[in-house]
Design a binder for this molecule. Structure first.
Ligand code: HEM
Length: 476
């Protein structure tokens, strides 16, 4: 696999400057005459099904192979209809993120997530509905609101860490998921700690864990492909969603009857009270779609990102040592070292490796032009591995960020513009708290020297073995 099995870096000879810059490249809306003078991005002569399978199974390999062959911009035929353009140039990214939303509707509306989350959730909707839902949901996911969760994230992390067997190996992703699921459910449903098993919330927790577990099984990919282009799930996906849906509707119905609904400040109560421009409240189906979006988008991503961080750390002794020492000795720069570690992990293993928009007008991407209606994908993975931007890009070097702030269009694990991840502040808070707790209490080691292969599940890129580590020791 391309560059995954990187050689250990010799820090003595590594370049001193670890964040560089990129020569500029023209990008943005163009008129028909300019479009006529520009070629389409080059594309491999492979049938769509072959490209879909290659991309779906081995996105890492697919994007690096195309970049090596064609450069920053190239064409592909993927999940969504039409001949897509893929780019990894920061100026192109900027042109997309800064464009008015009606010119760049999200491709999430056409992704395999649509039949699972419905067509009208904050992640899948476009236009005025998206902006309204986003405005409603931003305050409870704002940094200040998130600060309130820090104690509970720390408690959830300590509870988990305490249960891990010393002297044995374990996959971190499901353990991280237990923490992040409790956190997001607490915020959404207003529950303290872990939901009780015999409540609808407790049953939903179990059902969601079952769904995410089954989504790594081999049949899941086929189920995903079968649902493409649909608003409603069917087949295996429909079956898998039956139980969680039943639980969500039970929670909604209970909350509608809650006499204290007006005074509650959890997210479900907030969206239940909200009204559309026409003065309507959301239907049960719309509430279900919004809740499912927040629960799914809000826990698996962060859990797998944390698993990747440790997958990298246990194979990069310098970085692990620096983090553990800073946290245990409570050095003045401990917060900075934690931040740099998270930033570098999200650069080198972005759990969402690609995002995109369908341009509503002709667009220029460097030397190429694409007509209105073209899906434009931003490869987060390729952007984050540009040699000019991040010298020694395949090495894990948290110190890269010692004197550099991540650039808005150069470091984009949370996407950007009006579709930037709604949960970014929560995800960062969770990563800071959990990383600190783990570094303080655990001595972790790699179980193999080989890096874990990235596995692609739905829209995420996760460590193939779940971020497996050996717990060598646990401190009080
Ligand atoms: C490390 C963890 C996470 C990563 C890497 C991540 C990444 C992303 C990315 C790349 C996007 C698409 C942005 C774009 O296209 O410009 C996105 C959207 C979104 N994320 Fe996250 N996310 C994470 C955690 C969360 C959490 C904790 C929540 C909790 C609510 C969340 C909720 C959402 C929602 C609702 C959207 C859709 C926003 C919109 O379209 O307006 N995410 N996320």
């Amino acid at each position: 696999m391309n560059s995954i099995a990187q050689a250990p870096t010799n820090h003595a000879t590594a370049p001193a400057e670890l964040v560089g810059s990129v020569p500029s490249s023209p990008a943005g809306e163009i008129d028909a005459s300019e479009l006529a003078g520009l070629p389409l991005p080059p594309i491999r002569r492979l049938p769509r099904p072959v490209q879909v399978i290659w991309f779906g199974q081995r996105q890492w390999n697919f994007v690096f192979a195309n970049r090596a062959k064609y450069g920053d911009v190239w064409g592909a035929r993927g999940y969504v209809p039409g001949r897509a353009a893929v780019t990894c140039h920061p100026d192109h990214v900027q042109s997309i993120f800064r464009a008015p939303p009606d010119k760049v509707p999200t491709l999430a509306a056409e992704s395999p997530l649509r039949p699972v989350l419905g067509p009208d959730s904050v992640l899948t909707a476009n236009g005025p509905r998206h902006l309204r839902q986003r405005k409603l949901l931003l305050p409870p996911f704002h940094g200040e609101a998130i600060a309130r969760y820090e104690r509970m994230i720390a408690d959830a992390a300590e509870r988990e860490i305490e249960r891990w067997p010393v002297g044995k190996s374990l996959a971190l992703a499901p353990r991280m998921q237990a923490i992040t699921l409790d956190v997001i459910m607490a915020g959404i449903f207003g529950i303290e700690g872990k939901p009780k098993p015999n409540t609808p919330e407790g049953r939903l927790r179990r059902a969601i864990r079952g769904v995410t577990r089954s989504s790594t099984l081999p049949g899941a990919k086929i189920a995903e492909l079968m649902n493409l282009g649909h608003d409603e799930p069917f087949g295996l996906t429909w079956l898998a969603l039956k139980i969680p849906d039943r639980c969500i509707y039970a929670i909604i119905s209970k909350r509608r009857r809650d006499p204290d609904l007006e005074n509650r400040n959890d997210i479900l109560s907030l969206i239940m009270r909200a009204r559309t421009e026409d003065g309507e409240t959301l239907s049960d189906r719309e509430l279900r779609n919004e809740l499912m979006t927040l629960v799914l988008a809000g826990h698996e991503t962060t859990a797998n990102q944390l698993a990747w961080t440790w997958e990298r750390l246990v194979r990069t002794p310098d970085a692990q040592e620096r983090l553990v020492t800073a946290v245990r000795d409570e050095t003045d720069d401990a917060d900075d070292v934690i931040e740099q570690t998270i930033t570098e992990a999200m650069r080198s293993r972005p759990v969402i490796p690609i995002t995109g928009r369908r341009v509503a007008v002709p667009w220029r991407l460097g030397d190429y032009g694409v007509p209105a209606g073209t899906p434009v994908a931003l490869s987060i993975l390729l952007l984050h591995h540009r040699e000019d931007l991040y010298p020694d890009p395949f090495a894990f070097r948290p110190e890269r960020w010692r004197d550099h702030k991540p650039g808005t269009y150069e470091w984009i694990p949370f996407g950007g513009g009006t579709r930037r991840c709604l949960g970014a502040a929560l995800a960062m808070a969770e990563q800071r708290v959990v990383l600190r707790a783990m570094a303080r209490r655990l001595d972790l080691e790699a179980t193999t020297s080989e890096p874990e292969r990235p596995k692609h599940r739905n829209v995420t890129m996760i460590p193939a073995r779940g971020g497996r580590v050996l717990v060598r020791a646990r401190r009080a």
